[in-house]
Design a protein around this ligand. Sequence first.
Ligand code: NAD
Length: 479
Amino acid sequence: MYKDIGLFIDGEWLYPEGDKACLDIINPSTHQTLGRLACADQDDLDRALHAATQAFAQWKTSSAEERSKVLYEAYRIILSEVESIAALMTLDQGKPLAEAMAEVRFCAEHAKWHAEECKRVYGRLVPARNPKVRQSVVKRPVGVCCAFTPWNFPFNQAIRKICAALGAGCTLILKGPEEAPAAVAALADIFQRAGLPDGCLNLVWGNPEQISNYLINSEKVAKVSFTGSIAVGKKLAALAGAKMKRVSMELGGHAAVIVCASSDLDKVCSVLVDAKFRNAGQICISPSRFFVHESVIDEFMTALVAKTRQVRVGDGMDPDTRMGPLCNARQVERLQALVDDSLASGASLVMGGGRIDRPGNYFQPTVLANVPSTARLMQEEPFGPVIPVVAFDDLDTVIGVANALPYGLAAYGFSEDRIECAKLAEGLEAGMISINHYGLGMPETPFGGIKDSGYGSEGGAETYDSYLSTVLISEMTRP
Ligand code: NAD
């Protein structure tokens, strides 16, 4: 059922053909080729830029009601096609089918949220000093946007950016993830069927660096949105900055988890194991550095290991699988290097620790204890199924340790003590903080980081902010 995937420009699919460049799409579970992916050359990018520019002239004048209708219709279509989209995503991304279905079903709600919220993009009147003057503040769509989305949540990350751009009245050129393109291609098809005019959404693939350089440098592009690694985000932000373009960046994290002595350890471990091994740990808000109070660390380790042992690894299409392969071979190598470095630095291996000997990008669910703060694993986002656990004795000190890295995306705290909960909520430096559960990433709540983890929020009442310009109109209404 997996087919070749084309570029989508000005409402038309351009499939791989002739001697035009294309990439193989590989199943990360088997390393078999699923299909071919068309790559954009400069002519394709020019056509996408032209189409998005032409379409913007009309789309920016559309009413909020019209845009809402398209978004709402996309939501309705997605819900009727959850299984087929999810199956394609499991094939090219690797995550278990149940997780892929949950991603599609849940993230359809981003379309619904944006459909509702675009009707609430208000301006305001500011009382003028001169009674003959009317001062109105209005919001205008910034223009043609370009966006770059990664391979870990192909559907989620693409739909957030598509809905925010379109709902604001902008048009978009999206470069999706070459490694997991099918769910993003499904979205382009769905929005076309939902009545989106040609050229409002264009989809390209190819060489990420060449495409981003070309699009960001184009005079036609007004805004850049990226989700991915901090290193790439900084490069793209610098390119955009040189051209004074609007930017939003949702970058990596290395979320601290602080487990206080008063916590219900069994419950906490269930929450953390579910969250950690979801999508094989390839989640920017994944719980990532575990700090556990020294008085309960043995009990915590016992519960953590028992629950981690139940995580069944396998092909995402197998209904018994709880964790699939990593999305690409780079991830396996990165993780192995981080684990080896931790062990060489003095950490002890509690379970797992390496790749699984079978075809595909499989890595064992891994737990390490006593990982020194100097180990790379405590400094760099692992983005995989590896848990480093470290003991702490003083809450204020460990909050300082948690905040010491340049990351600032997500953070988690667990305690049954109200004073400790308040300290965690107020003291942790992150764009998203969750206390006593795993509660981030709802359509109605803002998603975004601080510090090196980026800026700008996706979702929540803030979702349209970075796609709109604020304009003051000061009008002399009578002589
Ligand atoms: P990477 O930095 O090479 O790529 C991350 C994403 O950015 C990919 O989708 C890639 O296609 C895209 N990309 C890369 N260079 C680009 C460029 N010059 N212009 C536009 N897009 C570009 O990293 P990777 O090897 O794919 O993943 C490594 C690390 O990236 C992960 O371990 C993780 O730390 C981070 N990452 C974060 C997220 C997130 O949700 N924030 C998602 C994917 C990867």
